[in-house]
Write a protein that binds this ligand. Structure first.
Ligand SMILES: Cc1ncc(COP(=O)(O)O)c(C=O)c1O
Length: 369
């Protein structure tokens, strides 16, 4: 019977990590065990910022577990999902040996973390079809079965391509590669999706991990709070690989405030607004003559191909609108990724793109602004 710990680097399976002062199981009223200042900071006279924070703030961990509908021992809090990705690669992949499999074009940090760890990268490109981008889950499974892929990163909804994976297909992949690879589903944009999350399946699949973040729908990108949800034994290993105090107290306070019922209700309203703006922008762009294709998106962004992407990019910049230029990515030579803004910001996008359509109609597409 294989265990999820079999996928962890052998040298880290029993590694206890750094024994920080806050992890010691002691109590008292005079704390002199961490070489902190005994006085509050002049910048924070009423606060407790002179003390190191809890490594995994218990109240925040409980609130996140409740939010995501899982047990607290399945949750690890980190500095954004970026740190979660890095921890997973470091804990599972021996440099030069265990590979990371991805489905490009996709969020760049999986490849960056693999590169930093010296882990080989296996690319199983998405297929661009009439229905949108499609993941080749067979090729990803084969990467685990026939080569040394130890980690398979799936992004759902996918950045930058917008599609979400059917949960049943992901679970079939988990079953197929069990004992060989961990399947990580990055749901950074999960709140915006019409497709169900994989989180409810975590308890039944020990080689499935889900990444969530407060950076997107919860509007706390600057607080750097991301979460890995996985088997408790894997969470314990990741915790031992993490920095001693990974969650700054001000970020933990902000995050906890964002998870109170009134804040969550406001967040839900904003997610609904973003989804409705996404659908409006999709429909408006689809009718623009300068557009080649806009992909259906389950995230808070749109990937669009243009007849003259350079002209559109420049027209947007001239209107003060900065979008993500995707043209350097394989297969996206004519594409831009546009985040969904406020209705007024989206109107600015529409106006700039219309100006390019008008310039094309007037025969001056090479210099529309
Ligand atoms: C798919 C995906 N995962 C993770 C991240 C990083 O999120 P965080 O801010 O939690 O590090 C991003 C950021 O753009 C992303 O697009």
């Amino acid at each position: 019977m294989s265990s999820i710990l079999d996928l962890v680097r052998p040298d880290l399976r029993t590694f206890a990590g750094y024994a920080s002062a806050r992890r010691a199981d002691v109590s008292g009223s005079i704390w002199l065990n961490a070489n902190e200042s005994p006085w509050p900071s002049p910048a924070d006279p009423d606060g407790a910022s002179h003390r190191y924070p809890e490594p995994q703030p218990a109240a925040l961990r409980t609130a996140l577990a409740e939010l995501y509908g899982v047990e607290a021992d399945r949750v690890l809090i980190g500095r954004g999902s970026d740190e979660a990705i890095d921890l997973l690669v470091r804990a599972l992949c021996r440099p030069g040996h265990d590979a990371v499999a991805i489905a490009p074009p996709v969020f760049g940090m999986y490849a960056v973390s693999a590169r930093l760890q010296g882990a080989p990268l296996i690319e199983c490109p998405l297929r661009d079809t009439a229905e949108g981008f499609v993941s080749d889950l067979d090729a990803l499974a084969a990467a685990a079965e026939h080569t040394a892929a130890r980690l398979i990163f799936l992004c759902s909804p996918a950045n930058p391509t917008g599609q979400a994976l059917a949960p049943e297909a992901v679970l079939a992949l988990c079953r197929r590669v069990r004992g060989r690879a961990l399947v990580v589903v990055d749901e950074a944009y999960g709140e915006y999706s019409r497709v169900a999350s994989l989180m409810p399946a975590i308890a039944e699949h020990d080689n499935l991990a889900v990444l969530r973040t407060l950076s997107k729908a919860h509007a706390l990108a600057a607080a750097r709070i991301g979460v890995v949800i996985a088997d408790p034994r894997l969470i314990a290993v990741l915790r031992n690989c993490q920095a001693p105090y990974p969650v700054p107290a001000p970020s933990a306070h902000l995050a906890l405030a964002a998870l109170q019922p009134e804040a969550l209700a406001r967040t839900r309203e904003r997610v609904a607004a973003a989804r409705s703006e996404r659908d409006r922008l999709t429909a408006v762009l689809a009718a623009e003559p300068c557009l080649v294709r806009v992909y259906r998106s389950e995230g808070n962004f749109l990937l669009a191909r243009f007849r003259d992407a350079e002209a559109v990019f420049r027209a947007l910049l001239a209107a003060g609108v900065v979008v993500r230029d995707m043209r350097a990515h394989a297969g996206l030579g004519d594409a831009l990724r546009i985040s969904i803004g406020t209705p007024a910001e989206n109107d600015a996008v529409i106006a700039a793109i219309r100006s390019v359509s008008e310039a094309i109609a007037a025969g001056i597409s090479s210099n529309p602004v």
